[in-house]
Design a protein around this ligand. Structure first.
Ligand SMILES: O=C(O)CCC(=O)C(=O)O
Ligand SMILES: [Fe+2]
Length: 207
């Protein structure tokens, strides 16, 4: 555990989050995902196994053993709920599979820093490849507190609250491609991206 005691966040090491971000190499065909947008907000349309397959994260039944398994998104959600001792359920608000190419960067910000982002309570950034070997630049920094700098390593996950107590930035990528799976979580069920996706799909299936 890289930093303990504080509830501002921490890095989960690869062994803490098995199966997340493993086997991913730079150069794989990953590109940023798109947001479902405000139009997707609607009541939950129900859903079955096909929903989990589409959203590629929810619990699904393994064909072989008939036991419940979790995808990376659910695993990360569980870790965040545990770490922050949440007495409430979290919902995945947005999933970003993000390719940071040379020249990309982001300055100091919190992840709820827009009126339309206020529903964001927690962030999990899973590093899919590594600083140094796969890309140069791209260090993550917190403005205050410890640690100040995170060197992305494949399989590590940084989790922190999305509010202004965790202002952070990412240095410009100097070379290569930096890959992350970034999830934002909300306590507000109306921002559950899976429910929104199901609702959108069910609308388009009726045409
Ligand atoms: O990729 C990272 O290390 C952090 C990204 C970030 O701060 C963001 O997408 O809001
Ligand atoms: Fe951020």
């Amino acid at each position: 555990m890289r930093w303990g005691g504080s509830k501002r966040g921490r890095i989960l090491r690869k062994n803490d989050v098995k199966g997340v971000g493993e086997g991913t190499a730079a150069g794989s065909e990953m590109r940023p995902t798109t947001n479902l947008g405000e139009a997707g907000a609607s009541e939950h349309a129900g859903g079955g196994d096909w929903v989990d397959a589409i959203t590629s994260g929810g619990n699904h039944r393994s064909e072989a053993g008939g036991r419940e398994e979790s995808g990376s998104r659910e695993t990360l959600k569980d870790k965040v709920e545990d770490f922050f001792d949440c007495q409430f359920d979290l919902f995945i608000e947005f999933t970003g599979l993000i390719s940071w190419t040379s020249g990309a960067s982001i300055g100091w910000h919190s992840d709820d820093n827009r009126p339309y982002l206020k529903q964001r309570d927690f962030t999990a950034v899973c590093y899919l490849n590594s600083y140094g070997g796969d890309f140069k630049g791209g260090l993550f920094h917190f403005k205050d507190g410890e640690p100040t700098t995170i060197k992305p390593l494949a399989g590590d996950v940084a989790i922190f609250t999305a509010d202004s107590s965790n202002i952070h930035s990412v240095d410009e990528i100097a070379d290569g491609e930096r890959l992350t799976l970034t999830l934002w979580f909300s306590r507000d069920a109306s921002h559950d991206e899976d429910a929104r996706l199901v609702s959108l799909l069910s609308q388009s299936l009726t045409f």
